[in-house]
Design a protein. Structure first.
Length: 178
């Protein structure tokens, strides 16, 4: 029998001084049985970094042809495609063709560096692609904040991110690779 997703209730308060965006989002997040706490928290971080009224979490791991997060226009055109992890060169190419803007948040330490070395030359033609790396230490610390019911406060200023839950604080600096 297949395992079911675990439901997380998240109150995500975003204070993004870089974009002048200040809003609280109440999210119900389904954590796929194969998804780690680290990936779940990276997904929430990516949502906060791109927070917008039209931004949506998708089915994520359970579908191959959708990003982890997307933003569509009122006419159903893909405006933003957010992927996590280390997508294949083919997936990067296809997503850049489907969306006005594509952002990849990769993580995993040395594995991410090897992935980027392998595909970076083939991504130079995509002006609509951004790639950010999250350090293994940062994402590991972020994973420790995960709980089934969370009140996350995310403050963003000058590209630096502070994520807090109760008295626990994690500082993250996404590094731009493209």
């Amino acid at each position: 029998m297949a395992q079911k997703s675990t439901i997380y209730k998240v109150e995500l308060s975003v204070s993004d001084m870089d974009r002048h965006y200040y809003e609280t989002h109440k999210l119900t997040v389904a954590k796929h049985p194969s998804e780690t706490d680290e990936r779940l928290m990276v997904r929430l971080l990516a949502f906060a970094l791109n927070a917008n009224e039209q931004l949506e979490l998708t089915k994520g791991l359970s579908t191959d042809d959708e990003p982890d997060i997307w933003q569509k226009s009122l006419s159903d055109e893909m405006e933003l495609w957010v992927a996590l992890g280390l997508p294949s060169e083919k997936v990067v190419r296809q997503s850049c063709g489907k969306s006005k803007k594509v952002i990849i948040y990769c993580y995993g330490g040395r594995t991410a560096e090897i992935w980027w070395d392998k595909i970076k030359n083939s991504t130079t033609r995509f002006d609509n692609l951004q790639v950010f790396n999250l350090s293994e230490t940062d994402t590991g610390d972020l994973a420790k904040l995960a709980s089934r019911s969370m009140k996350l406060q995310v403050n963003i200023q000058d590209g630096d991110v502070m994520v807090s839950v109760d008295d626990s604080i994690v500082y993250i600096t996404p590094v731009s690779w493209k």
